[in-house]
Ligand binder design. Sequence first.
Ligand code: ZN
Length: 306
Amino acid sequence: MILCFDIGGTAIKPAEAHDEQRIVTGARIPTPTHDFGAFIAVLQRAIETASIRPDGLAFSVAGVVDAETGLATVANIPCLTGRRLEADLARALGLPVVLANDADCFALAEATIGAGRDHAVVFGLILGTGVGGGVVVRGQLINSGGFAGEIGHGPVAPRQFDDLDVTLPAFVCGCGLHGCLDALCSARGMERLHNHLHRTPDADSRAIVSAWVQGDADACRTVSVWLAALSGPLALVQNVLGAGIIVAGGGLASEPKLIAALDIAVRARCLQRFVRPLVVPAQCAGEPGLIGAAILGLRTLGQSTQ
Ligand SMILES: [Zn+2]
């Protein structure tokens, strides 16, 4: 059994992975964010109270690990930043550890048992609090540290939309750059865009999407710019990777009509002509981070029954 943890800024979600079909989730635990000793103590308790002694530990972490230095950056959990996290966890907990970024775990879950399962090259796209992604090629994550597939960061967001008569500033991003897709196309980005276009400081992304579905003119303008901004870079991702499918998860992806509109916009900009959907909603029910960590743990630590 591999004991899995989805480590988020507010909660740690545990699960026991007996095999890829039998992943049993446990109760959420508040995340100790500033005290590494307390963080380890919480995990140690979970190990001691597991149904059997785990063979190893698998972590999905809302952060990135530099593959060359092993150093982690986890914005919402300062006590993990700057550590050689995989090695530090293995040493402190006395068990083999495998660790991956949460968007990568999502991509691996979808590529293995979700919407990407019939495709050799899968791009997992997160459209939620942030914009992120992960790449899986023939069942293998490409650079599980979390940098591969990070479409959200880099100064590439279009600013000139002639068809819509819109010119945008390069919005500043949390990563320090200007003009990232994360700053324009995440849930907060859509709200920022709506406020810029319509002077609505209290805009909520769910309300914007729901108004768009109902044909509200302001929401339609916002979503048209959002689709135009996101679809070009996504089409380029497809061109570069030759991805057979782009699986979208995160809060904004919970509206199927938005993903269907994104699919049409992306396909219109790809070099390859797709006569079937390319951008599709995620299928993994429940906890894709935990499922991805479980798959990675079972495969890497040698306990898979597959
Ligand atoms: Zn950025």
